[in-house]
Design a binder for this molecule. Structure first.
Ligand code: ADP
Length: 322
């Protein structure tokens, strides 16, 4: 399937028929949606996956979010494929900034098998594999990088690679994007009080009993079913046993904190072929980095405590649309 899609993509690009479908999208959010997948893939090989976005990375840009993600998935996918120990890092930095544009540099670094100097010039060509025996060992079509390069060129950018055989590789792409101000592009579904909702099974995780009671009380006059856990470990136990639809997770807790818990939840889901359970981080920390940290760990969303009853119920009804 993937090979056929790749060939179709490539022949379309070559025929000049591939158009980017440009729209406004939330860049950090779009990247963060990939993180749990990439983290899971990495941890299956015992690799550390690290994703970091510089604080000045813009929120909203004009671009083709699907193609953008396709390129990142290809680069990080390769990095994981060709690395047997160590780490894979995805970094995003802003090289320059004007009122209208930002030039972004996205790099994917690994500590893998690397590419020898004489092959380095050819990896972006169609059907190229640095090592002929690698198809057998690693699979793949040798088309991914060729497609990524064309897509980046369509976006007006460029890609390069530095690598040392036996030490690792670093693929870097640079591209200029138009900035947008949109506060929200995917407005959350408007939720009105009389909108039909399905009852959910909700897990509240907090080490503070008062917080648990307050949150649980908010659901008292609803149809939702609520259970509580006092730390990450208890939450994991509950989640493995029960069928929950939604989790509210305090992040700072003794025994096992929320970051560790959500990482393990994502691992467990991956191993058992389960869909990702929405896990909403609730913390006292309101900084952008704090949100980032929760999302990096695998949380679906991040909210600051204390959370108002109406905000909480509105949030829940987004997940409970009938
Ligand atoms: P595929 O991975 O499907 O073979 P690609 O076009 O994505 O095709 O990559 C082409 C070749 O470049 C790979 O077969 C591999 O030899 C080399 N390569 C790409 N990424 C890496 C990497 N991160 N580390 C080592 N070699 C790589």
């Amino acid at each position: 399937h993937e090979l056929i899609d790749d060939i179709l993509d490539l022949s379309k690009i070559e025929a000049g028929m591939m158009d980017l479908n440009t729209h406004v999208f939330n860049l950090p959010e779009s990247v963060h949606r990939l993180v749990p997948i990439l983290q899971a893939k990495s941890s299956m090989k015992g690799l550390v996956f690290d994703c970091s976005l510089a604080p000045d990375v813009p929120d909203f840009i004009d671009g083709d979010s699907l193609r953008f993600r396709q390129v990142i998935l290809n680069l990080v996918g390769n990095a994981i494929k060709f690395t047997n120990q160590g780490y894979v890092k995805l970094r995003m930095d802003v090289l320059s900034n004007t009122a209208q544009h930002a030039t972004l540099q996205i790099s994917v670094t690994d500590t893998g098998i690397g590419i020898s100097a004489d092959k380095l010039d050819y990896v972006f060509e169609n059907f190229t594999q640095a090592d002929k025996s690698s198809t057998r060992r690693f699979g793949g079509s040798g088309l991914g990088l060729a497609i990524s390069k064309r897509l980046i060129q369509l976006m007006g950018g460029s890609i390069r690679v530095e690598s040392t055989a036996g030490e690792g590789s670093c693929f870097t792409f640079i591209c200029r994007f138009a900035l947008r101000q949109e506060a929200r592009i995917d407005p959350p579904v408007a939720v009105s009080a009389d909108m039909p909702t399905v009852p959910l099974s909700i897990l509240i995780v907090d080490d503070n009993i008062d917080n648990r009671m307050v949150l649980a009380a908010y659901f008292r006059r609803t149809d939702h079913r609520v259970e509580c856990a006092a730390n990450g470990l208890e939450a994991l136990d509950e989640i493995r046993k029960g069928a929950f639809d939604l989790v509210f997770m305090d992040m700072e807790m003794p025994v096992m904190d929320g970051y560790e818990a959500v990482r393990l939840i994502r691992e467990w889901e991956q191993e058992n072929g389960r869909a990702a359970l929405p896990v909403i981080a609730l913390t006292a920390n309101a900084l952008k980095e704090d949100r980032q940290r929760s999302l990096d760990a695998g949380c679906t969303d991040h909210h600051t405590k204390p959370i108002k009853k109406n905000t909480l119920l509105e949030l829940v009804s987004c997940y409970a649309k009938a």
